[in-house]
Design a protein around this ligand. Structure first.
Ligand SMILES: [Mn+2]
Length: 254
């Protein structure tokens, strides 16, 4: 299942990611590509059971909406929105499934206790998730912006961080149960995905992200694609990256 969360109020630097869901869908439906994932799964529209996009007035509505859409007992993927939405989404998943392992792609650890006075900032969702014990474990890939405060929190909660500088040594965690996947599109190098609010050079290639997704050994029960900012995109190239990664993720959700 698919839901879009039109929300970027917790962005610290630039707005724009609330515009993303509609444009990722348009890229996915673009006649320039087909609906096949690379393993030849046909990721067709009727497979998705799209719940559409939700305009958010209040941050905590996101949990309610997700809880409602989880009632169908089907895997659920969310188009964001800034990364703050992952905390209320994971909260809804926790209520249904208990703590899940989370695989998190991001240039940033998002492990600040608060950011500019807001504990729900898009720089904080994974601190909130770990503080509330909503994840079985958390592995972060693509990180290249750590700070002292975040390092303290990472240690405190036993977060596994694969920094970009050490990416060569990345090994898939030993998953034995379905996981939640959170994909901040700024994990990719801005050369591959310029349509993000925070351009952070030295990131992952599209192919590296695809390879990791294809090698996940267990089903994905929940996922999000966040932080795509169409206002920063060039010729819709990042929307196509989102659509491509979306199809590869959906394969793991079936
Ligand atoms: Mn990020």
């Amino acid at each position: 299942m698919l839901q879009g969360i039109l929300y970027d109020e917790k962005s610290s630097f630039l707005r724009g990611s609330a515009l993303a869901p509609e444009l990722i869908r348009a890229a996915y439906h673009s006649p320039s590509a087909n609906y096949y994932a690379e393993d030849l799964t046909l990721v067709s529209n009727d497979l998705l059971s799209d719940k559409g996009d939700y305009t958010i007035q209040d941050y905590f509505e996101i949990e309610q909406i997700t809880t409602t859409n989880l009632k169908d007992d089907k895997p659920l993927l969310t188009f964001g929105g800034d990364h703050s939405i992952t905390f209320p989404i994971v909260k809804a998943f926790y209520e249904k499934y208990g703590p899940l392992s989370i695989l998190h792609f991001d240039a940033h650890s998002d492990m600040y206790t608060d950011f500019e006075g807001d504990i729900y900032s898009h720089a904080c969702p994974f601190h909130n998730i770990m503080r509330e014990g909503l994840a079985k474990d958390l592995t972060q890939v693509g990180v290249r912006t750590l700070s002292g405060e975040q390092k303290v929190n990472i240690k405190k909660y036993g977060v596994e961080v694969v920094e970009m500088k050490d990416f060569e040594s990345f090994q898939m965690p030993n998953y034995t149960a379905p996981i939640y996947l959170s994909l901040d599109i700024d994990a990719l190098d801005p050369a591959y995905a310029p349509g993000v609010s925070h351009h952070e050079p030295g990131g992952l290639s599209t192919r590296q992200v695809i390879s990791i997704i294809q090698n996940i050994p267990v089903p994905i029960v929940g996922a999000d694609i966040v932080e795509y900012n169409p206002e920063r995109d060039i010729n819709g190239v990042t929307a196509m990256v989102c659509a491509k990664l979306f199809k590869e993720i959906v394969v793991k959700m079936l």
